[in-house]
Design a binder for this molecule. Structure first.
Ligand code: KG4
Ligand code: ZN
Length: 337
């Protein structure tokens, strides 16, 4: 097969990233510049600061990705870029950079949904077999996505309020952890016990939706009540109790969806896919309850935002000759499917 190379660009939030991907499943380069240090002191991502960093970084990052892959623009078959969802000002930087490269080198422009990118990060570890179910858990989204085929997405369940990563980051703030708190809470959870028995919202309901805001409130109430009474709570136990609730709900509903839809594979995706507790619980539950369904989990390096995953999802569009025009715009609220 002829090698098809895609230059992919991702700038939807606080990572500026460019990558060269071969045939949608091999990473030739994947440069990720995180801005997290600039946002940390504000306790969250500041959109204006994000845009400014993207503008400063993007040209350099694209050049680095091309150099590391050791390819020229003439070698490329297309330029893929995240069109949404994300911060509008941040997305626009990537979209305009991609348009400029596509125009200058007469390359097809490919628009990619960020969430599709997270799912396709799994293609670097394993061939995708359909139909499949993907649990996509990030800072902005929590979704169960059914895929009948390449590039086909049906959201069968989603969060009704906070995303899983968002809940982690909010309770991280309550515990005084730097933003984003997800990773630190995951580590603390492994040092503690689930002693506080927080609610498992919607776990028994006959649907595939989630809710994490009640858990967040229960957590905050527990901490505030203890503070008022001058009681000491063990932060590791708090983290372990919070994580036990999130993981149990995610795993239970995901397995139920995988069974119901009779899928061949279950894919984990998104920033929260890096969660050790979630990865372990999902592996154990799948082995015990659904051994016939293949579980695919992305490597830690591809769980967070990166451009390689955009190149993998973009390759599907390239093979279908689904290209974007120069009127392509950022779509902050873009939905999957
Ligand atoms: O996918 P991502 O990099 O950005 C979005 O598209 O949102 O996800 C970032 C989210 C943050 O909320 C972060 O706290 C969370 O992923 N996260 C984790 C872990 N590592 C990152 N949450 C729980 N456990 C982790 N180990
Ligand atoms: Zn993401």
């Amino acid at each position: 097969m002829e090698k098809k190379l895609i230059l992919a660009i991702e700038s939807s939030c606080d990572e500026t990233s460019a990558s060269v991907v071969e045939n949608g499943d091999t990473v030739l380069s994947n440069i990720v510049a995180s801005q997290i240090k600039s946002h940390m002191r504000f306790g969250g991502v500041v959109p204006e600061i994000a845009s400014r960093h993207h503008v400063e970084q993007i040209t350099q990052i694209i050049e680095e990705a091309m150099e590391e892959a050791d390819v020229t623009y003439e070698d490329l078959a297309g330029v893929a870029v995240t069109e949404g969802p994300g911060l509008v000002g941040a997305l626009l930087i990537g979209v305009n950079a991609a348009k400029a490269v596509a125009y200058a080198h007469k390359l097809p422009l490919i628009a990619v949904n960020h969430m599709a990118g997270h799912i396709y990060a799994n293609k670097f570890v394993h061939t995708m077999r359909f139909p499949l179910m993907a649990l996509v858990v990030s800072g902005g989204h929590t979704e169960l996505v059914y895929m009948a085929d390449d590039g086909s997405y049906e959201i069968v369940g989603e969060t009704r309020d906070d995303a899983a990563g968002e809940a982690y980051d909010k309770i991280g703030r309550v515990l005084g952890l730097p933003y984003p708190g997800g990773k630190a809470i995951d580590q603390m959870a492994h040092e503690g016990q689930d002693v506080y028995n927080f609610p498992r919202a919607m776990i028994k309901e006959d649907n595939y939706d989630f809710s994490f805001s009640g858990l967040k409130s229960a957590f905050i109430n527990k901490v505030h009540n203890a503070q008022q009474k001058g009681e000491e709570l063990n932060n590791n136990d708090l983290a372990a109790s919070f994580q036990a609730s999130v993981v149990e709900v995610l795993v239970t509903k995901t397995l139920r969806a995988a069974k119901e839809y009779r899928v061949k594979q279950l894919l984990l995706a998104g920033g929260v896919a890096a969660n050790k507790g979630l990865r372990e619980a999902l592996m154990k539950a799948m082995k015990e309850e659904l051994p016939e369904v293949e579980l695919v989990i992305p490597p830690l390096s591809l769980c967070g935002d990166n451009a390689a995953m955009i190149g993998a999802a973009g390759f599907v569009e390239l093979t279908k000759h689904q290209f974007a025009g120069y009127e392509l715009n950022a779509k902050p609220g873009l939905l999957l499917g």
